[in-house]
Design a protein. Structure first.
Length: 510
């Protein structure tokens, strides 16, 4: 199958379109002339992407053969960009089953090419000695190559791009610790690659020859230790030279908690990243260049990749982040919409206040909550809740925001995720902190006439068992301070930024 055969209206199926790579691949495929269909468990998360109107969306899950079969109809190229790491324990079994279903349904539908982005594995290391993360990635690649559909498995080590988990880990470790005691893996040799080059190779792999069914190592031009990466990052970012003291006693578990303490990347995600660096991850062949030659100036060197990523962060132009994917243990149940919901107890805390500002000014404050702007009440309480969440293995408050001013469905927002947004009217957040139940926070903006508005805030909690009941009643005495203060301060912030015009007094005629 050559390029002309594929691009003549060819359809690509993308799994993982709500994730970091998938969310960037979709517009690249559209720009290259392909039709795109995305398979998503939560189609609403795709709604606010700028390319949402240019794609088809199939509702389903890679572990459900029926929904995968439906999504595969009339598909020429299928991209497999998902992995079950975020499901927690047992993810290898889930990965194995999902890959088997994907391959079988691709073959049954007559798909001409599968493209999979996996992890670069060290040469000469027995598979049983690899981290569970890398071992599962390698197994998924084999399953797809054995399914009967020509498959290209692209294997990358560290991907450098604004918002990637690897880049965020490198960035925060270097920026926050001028002197650091580090695990021994800082001496491991790594071949990082720019996300731009990964995307180019993913798009190009759609029209590889039909007889190509193999793995390809992909990497940038530089081979560096993690220590060298931190030193060079500091130079590019204009930071003083970092003092790095490696010690052999930090196991992958301990070092993942260390990373989780210092960076926004929680230990649950930091651990597979750290475990993957125990062995050298360097390309041992560059055969992909024989099929997809790099244009002049590519692949991008490490320093240029970092400069571009930093510029994106500083310009607030981070298109997708590692937080686009859900995290282990995060609830995914939708908000109960029936006022007399039959699913058990549903506790609420409701606050309302009139605001001396027009609705659009109030909405700007509501849409700007979280991240650097904070939560407008008792910062110590929010910080403490974030620390407790991280100690329990959760995400804490450090994920921040993708964009300082705008939100879209599916965005992470500290330890919340945007579940619904109606511009100018409603923001609904779903809690992703560790809780004995499910929780939401809703913020409404309503016009009140004469340039005023009304702010309504509702916190909801559906407890799980006795522990959930105890949790709600244990924290409810603090709601007046936390939620009450939040409502008052949001109203005050809106009024301060957009005060109502004073009425001009009429001067009596003389």
């Amino acid at each position: 199958m050559d390029g002309d055969d594929v691009k003549g209206g060819a359809r690509c199926l993308v799994t993982g379109g709500t994730g970091y790579i998938g969310g960037r691949l979709v517009p690249e495929l559209l720009a290259a002339g392909y039709r795109v269909r995305c398979l998503a468990r939560s189609p609403g998360k795709l709604r606010d992407h700028p390319w949402a109107g240019d794609i088809e969306v199939a509702h389903g899950d890679v572990t459900d053969a029926g929904s995968v079969a439906e999504a595969m109809r009339d598909v020429d190229v299928a991209y497999y960009l998902v992995h079950a790491l975020v499901t927690g324990a047992g993810f290898e079994k889930t990965d194995r089953e999902a890959a088997r279903i994907f391959g079988e349904q691709a073959r049954a539908a007559g798909v001409k090419r599968i493209v999979y982005l996996g992890g670069l594995t060290p040469q000469g290391v027995p598979e049983h000695e690899l981290s569970p993360h890398l071992r599962s990635r390698a197994e998924v690649g084999r399953i797809l190559m054995d399914c009967g559909v020509p498959t290209a498995v692209l294997r990358a080590a560290v991907i450098i791009g604004s918002g990637s988990a690897s880049f965020e880990m490198l960035r925060y470790l270097t920026e926050r610790l001028p002197v650091m005691v580090t695990p021994s893996w800082v001496h491991t040799r790594i071949q990082p690659i720019a996300v731009r080059d990964v995307l180019r190779l993913l798009v190009g792999s759609a029209h590889l020859p039909a007889d190509v069914n193999r793995t390809f190592d992909i990497g940038g031009p530089d081979v560096l230790t993690y220590r060298e990466m931190m030193v060079r990052y500091a130079e590019i970012a204009g930071l003083p030279r970092r003092v790095i003291l490696p010690v052999p006693v930090l196991t992958p578990t301990l070092s993942s908690h260390w990373v989780g303490l210092v960076t926004p990347v929680p230990a649950s995600i930091a651990r597979p990243l750290a475990e993957s660096l125990r062995h050298e991850v360097v390309c041992h062949e560059r055969d992909i260049e024989g099929y997809l030659p790099y244009p002049p100036g590519r692949p991008l060197p490490f320093d240029e990749s970092v400069r571009l990523a930093l510029q994106r962060v500083r310009d607030a132009q981070v298109v997708t982040r590692w937080t686009s994917a859900s995290v282990p243990g995060a609830p995914s149940d939708p908000l109960p919409t029936d006022p007399d919901w039959a699913g058990g107890s549903l506790y609420t805390d409701v606050r309302e206040t009139s605001v001396d500002a027009p609705p659009e000014a109030l909405w700007r404050v509501v849409e700007g909550v979280g991240g650097e702007n904070g939560w407008y009440s008792f910062p110590l309480a929010w910080a403490l809740r974030g620390w407790l969440d991280r100690m329990a293995g959760g995400v804490g408050l450090r994920r921040g925001r993708r964009d300082a001013q705008r939100l879209r469905v599916g965005d992470s927002l500290d330890f919340w995720r945007v579940e619904e947004i109606v511009p100018g009217r409603l923001l609904r957040l779903r809690a992703e902190m560790r809780l004995p139940g499910l929780a939401w926070l809703e913020m409404y903006v309503e016009p009140e006439g004469t340039g005023r508005s009304r702010y309504r805030q509702r916190a909801l909690f559906h407890p799980h068992g006795l522990l959930g009941q105890a949790y709600w009643w244990g924290v409810s005495p603090f709601h007046a301070v936390v939620f009450g203060g939040m409502a008052r301060n949001i109203a005050r912030a809106a009024a301060t930024t957009a005060p109502l015009p004073r009425r001009r007094e009429r001067t009596p005629a003389r």
